[in-house]
Design a protein around this ligand. Structure first.
Ligand code: F6R
Length: 607
């Protein structure tokens, strides 16, 4: 939700800021703006729409400035207008602020400011500039700290002052802020992706910290003005992985990344001799793991469907109760957890506010909390006492694809690791893990259906509704397929367990309401076949995801998309692939903006 970038150094700031905004566009794309300190002037340009609109407005602008901040917005308070775009100015137009987050008490503060200040936007963020203005007496850091003492809510903040040509102030409470270390130059951003082309050495600001960033260094203090010694982390992603690499869209590239990144998720974690997995980041001894009597998986959206697959795997292999909780519900329903409960927070970005709030609640109740996260150094990764990175690399399309499969892979590895301490024999562990090593190849085979799926999408893109059906572990796969379709094509789609359809949704079916059925060869094959017969009896078209070599499926399906056979417990890793491609090609057929679907942002850092 909203992206901030900043630069201070000896290069021209404007191209670096624009490039940084392009990298962060997935965080919000309603409007954008940039502010540059130039001589003794503060220069600003803002624009409604995508970053390219701002870039077009700035075309031909020559700016020698080597210090600036910029922002791409996902609107919360105040409509999508130029006045509401960041950076915001104070009354005298000498202070500029880019803010990510929500100031909850902005109405109260606004009413105290209005008699003395000229407020020009409807945003919660603008009050920060006027508060800083009130407290500024020559020391910008102190003014920011004094202003922040008045606010309640969340912020990642970058502030510049016209009279301070060697200073950016950044602050954080609840919204991420990263500082990239160069040689006498520093990069600021909401996540590391904009700085990958320049540096991999970064420091992550923690909540309640303020940093003064100058060309000669970074000085971090707490809101109480105590010095903080920050560690520098090395980011392992390289810049090329954050590019489209010849694909038309990030989403397609990320779908095709899956064979390679799945290898990264499992590499070095499989022990075939023992028939187990080793995910050392769990930071628990075998005895501590044995003493856990409940597992709770907390996540949102796509990550929550990965969690549901994890639940099936854990219950099958570990024999302890597992719950999946959507993070936004978990924290408001007084969940029963204690020190024998293991909570996994599952998140691509590691910044989802609902998930973060939920793990804070779980920790407060004494649970053991671990993360399954993609973005290294993200807040969830840092706020958990261990866990596992999924190694999916930068995921820049708003719709999650490769992070989903890697989350599932890591959960499956955990299920085997825990299972081996309980009821899984070395032979069973070995069988599952040997097949796991084949999955990258099998995903590549599933990707060969790309052209066939494009053709199906050409025939099927004019239906307004879809039902996705799956059973067992393929039910969450159906849910993920339906979410992908609705979020990037805007076609209404919902998912049901095959056996549940007759309890209501079957009423919707007709020749204008197609069904996508995951109908692979597993223990529930015959049950699913009956469900598909029920669909056909209502005249609905059926698109089946089926196992290669299944001759029967043509009798009941209008279209068939083939996937290779695998162990039942690993099927979700393969069966999801055609659903991602189906959503992609449907969206393309309908002319949608695949990577930047309307109303969405990738990293949801508001409640
Ligand atoms: C859907 C999608 C979202 C995210 C959800 C959680 O394609 O991307 O549903 O899965 O917002 O995000 P993370 O995993 O970053 O916590």
């Amino acid at each position: 939700m909203c992206g901030i970038v900043g630069y201070i150094g000896n290069k021209q700031a404007l191209p670096i800021l624009l490039q940084g905004l392009r990298r962060l566009e997935y965080r919000g794309y309603d409007s954008a703006g940039v502010a540059l300190v130039e001589g003794n002037q503060l220069r600003r340009e803002r624009s409604v729409g995508r970053i390219e609109e701002l870039a077009a407005k700035l075309k031909g602008t020559e700016s020698a400035s080597t210090l600036g901040i910029a922002h791409t917005r996902w609107a919360t308070h105040g409509g999508v207008t130029e006045e509401n775009a960041h950076p915001h100015f104070d009354c005298k137009e000498v202070i500029a602020v880019a803010h990510n987050g929500i100031i909850e008490n902005y109405k109260e503060i606004r009413s105290t400011l209005v008699p003395k200040h000229t407020l020009r936007s409807q945003t919660d963020s603008e009050i920060l500039t006027h508060l800083i203005e009130e407290h500024y007496h020559g020391n910008l850091r102190k003014a920011v700290a004094a202003a922040l003492a008045h606010v309640r809510g969340t912020y990642g903040l970058a502030v510049v002052h016209r009279d301070q040509p060697d200073l950016i102030i950044v602050a954080r409470m609840g919204s991420p802020l990263v500082i990239g270390m160069g040689d006498a130059e520093y990069y600021i951003a909401s996540d590391p992706s904009p700085m990958l082309a320049h540096t991999k050495r970064v420091t992550f600001l923690d909540d309640g910290e303020i940093a003064e960033v100058t060309r000669s260094g970074v000085h971090t203090v707490t809101l109480m003005d105590e010095d903080v010694n920050k560690c520098i982390s090395e980011i392992e992603w390289d810049d090329a992985t954050a590019q489209k690499q010849g694909y038309e869209h990030f989403m397609l590239k990320e779908i095709f990344d899956q064979p390679a990144v799945l290898k990264d998720a499992i590499r070095g974690r499989i022990d075939l001799e023992e028939g187990t997995a080793h995910l050392g980041g769990i930071n628990l001894t075998d005895d501590q793991m044995r003493s856990i009597d409940r597992i709770v998986l907390i996540a949102c959206g796509t990550a929550s469907y990965a969690a549901m697959i994890g639940k099936y795997a854990f219950e099958r292999l570990v024999d302890i109760p597992v719950e999946v909780d959507v993070a936004s519900e978990f924290r408001y329903r007084d969940p029963v957890i204690n020190e024998r409960t293991l909570v996994f927070a599952i998140s691509q970005s590691g910044e989802t506010l609902d998930t973060l709030a939920a793990i804070r609640e779980a920790r407060r109740k004494g649970a053991i909390v671990r993360g399954i996260v993609n973005v290294v150094g993200s807040t969830i990764a840092r706020e958990t006492e261990g866990g596992t990175y999924i190694h999916a690399g930068p995921e820049l399309a708003v719709a999650s694809t490769k992070a989903f499969t890697n989350m599932v892979a890591v959960l499956l590895l955990y299920a085997v690791q825990f299972g081996r301490l309980k009821r899984v024999t070395p032979t069973t562990g070995r069988r599952i893990l040997t097949e796991m090593l084949e999955i990258p190849k099998k995903i590549s085979i599933a990707l060969e259906q790309n052209d066939a799926i494009r053709q199906i999408a050409q025939q099927y893109s004019n239906y307004s509704n879809y039902l996705f059906l799956g059973r067992g572990m393929n039910y969450p796969v159906a849910m993920e397929g339906a979410l992908k379709l609705k979020e990037i094509s805007y076609i209404h789609s919902e998912a049901y367990p095959g056996g549940e359809m007759k309890h209501g949704p079957i009423a919707l079916l007709s020749s204008t309401f197609p069904v996508v059925a995951i109908h692979t060869k597993n223990a529930l094959y015959d049950k699913m076949e009956s469900n598909i017969e029920e669909v056909r009896a209502r005249g609905a078209k059926v698109i089946a995801i089926a196992t290669q070599g299944d001759d029967r499926v043509h009798e009941i399906a209008d279209e068939v998309i083939w996937v290779p056979a695998t162990e039942a417990i690993l099927e979700p890793l393969v069966n999801t692939i055609p659903l991602q491609l189906f959503a992609y090609h449907m969206a393309i057929q309908l002319g949608r903006d695949v990577d930047r679907p309307r109303n969405l942002a990738k990293s949801v850092t508001v409640e």
